[in-house]
Write a protein that binds this ligand. Structure first.
Ligand code: AMP
Length: 400
């Protein structure tokens, strides 16, 4: 069965086509700069890589190009578009309505549209992607895989904010959490690696990338996560502040004669690592610290890892018993420094970190705690696209 996974942003389409009998990636790529004067599309069939810079005026043209690549007479992987059985759509916000992936019907699409006010930056692009893909692949089943769905098992005392109830009932203000596909994927992979049945598996997952979040997973279900109603809450990220005193925007608006929209942009785009040291690239920050002893870079590393450490402590308390702590995504998979700083001094919690093992480089699952560590510390590569493809197949197999 061939499954096409697409992740549509406001000016981009990320795509991967899988043969789900083998889970092999047949074609993958990224269409960028949609709507700009010059577009940029990178794609690869296995080791064969290509780049084109043709203008991509809109998402429909972008997706038509992807469809052409699939059936390309020379490198193509199928003869006809109708061989794509399912299109899995990464969909950011499923609100309270979606607890799992769903076949996209008229009602489901309407429900995703209803969620736009709580996800104005993400859902509109996802909706465009769905509508265009339905036109271009009319014979395929279209499935929405939600970033929020995995966290719908959070109990009310974890997802509610301590503000007047009316905001929850009338405006749906509550914590939803994101990165659900990634947290679920790495947790399932590590449970399998450790031979622990997933419904008995307790873990703390740390998705540390440009966007970052952690999840507390009990018996295979999310019981808490660091992102909230929007992806701004929780960990320090590339350009997002994460947790701050909620009174700060009011103070800044008053002092700077600024406005709330500008403060929102600052907290989302100019804060986090970038706000602390001017860069949101962890590689560059590490280099600045190790090679020049740059004090801002040092502070960025310390603040970033301290926030992770605080949540490790919090989630150990929330879970009671923890089988594993799992690092994933760009920083989590590649930065031994951040992993070491985040786990240092946690022996009393049962975490005995292995510094030598932490320096090993591999693209598969790696244990970086010592044998005697009660809680295993792991590095696991995430693969959100494969998880979306797997869930799309599951939805089809469960009889639609
Ligand atoms: P992601 O959003 O998952 O792609 O992660 C992006 C982040 O991962 C950026 O801050 C990168 O600097 C960081 N990153 C990628 N590779 C490395 C590496 N080898 N060492 C440290 N950080 C890395």
């Amino acid at each position: 069965m061939k499954v096409l996974v697409i992740n549509t942003g406001s000016s981009s389409i990320k795509f991967q086509c899988f043969d789900m009998d083998t889970e092999k990636v047949l074609l993958k790529g990224l269409v960028e700069r949609i709507g700009e004067e010059v577009g940029k599309t990178k794609y690869s069939y296995g080791d064969k890589e290509f780049t084109v810079n043709d203008k991509v005026p809109n998402h429909k043209v972008g997706l038509e190009f992807i469809a052409k690549l699939l059936v390309d007479p020379k490198d193509g992987i199928i003869k006809d578009k109708s061989e794509i059985t399912a299109v899995g759509h990464r969909t950011v916000h499923g609100g309270e309505k979606f607890h799992s992936s769903s076949l996209i019907t008229h009602d489901v699409l309407d429900a995703i549209k209803e969620m736009v006010p709580i996800a104005p930056l993400h859902n509109p692009a996802n909706i465009t992607g769905i509508e265009v893909a339905q036109e271009i692949f009319p014979n395929a089943h279209h499935i929405a895989v939600f970033d929020t769905a995995f966290h719908q098992t959070m109990p009310d005392y974890a997802y509610r904010y301590a503000i007047p109830k009316d905001y929850y009932t009338r405006l749906h203000v509550r914590r939803y959490g994101f990165h659900g596909t990634s947290h679920l994927y790495v947790a399932k992979e590590v449970a399998k690696f450790l031979s622990i049945p997933f419904d008995k598996f307790n873990a703390i997952t740390i998705h540390a990338g440009n966007g970052s979040s952690m999840a507390a997973i009990k018996g295979g279900m999310s019981i808490d996560t660091t992102m909230g109603m929007t992806p701004l809450e929780g960990l320090i990220m590339g350009t997002r502040s994460g947790d701050i005193d909620p009174a700060i925007p009011h103070y800044i608006v008053g002092r700077d004669k600024s406005n709330i929209d500008m403060v929102n942009v600052i907290l989302n785009k100019q804060s986090g690592l970038k706000g602390i040291c001017g860069s949101n690239d962890m590689r560059e920050i590490q280099e600045r610290y190790f090679e020049k002893n740059d004090p801002d870079a040092k502070l960025a590393l310390e603040m970033y890892s301290y926030r992770i450490k605080k949540y490790i402590g919090a989630y150990c308390a929330a879970l009671g018993f923890v089988d594993a702590i799992i690092f994933t995504a760009g920083v989590g998979e590649n930065s031994s420094v951040i992993r070491q700083m985040s786990c240092a001094g946690l022996e009393n919690l049962g975490i005995i970190f292995d510094n030598a093992q932490n320096e090993r480089r591999t693209s598969s699952i790696l244990e970086i705690s010592k044998k005697e560590s009660k809680i295993k510390v792991m590095v696991a590569p995430t693969n959100e696209e494969l998880e979306i493809a797997r869930q799309s197949v599951e939805v089809l197999r469960s009889g639609l």
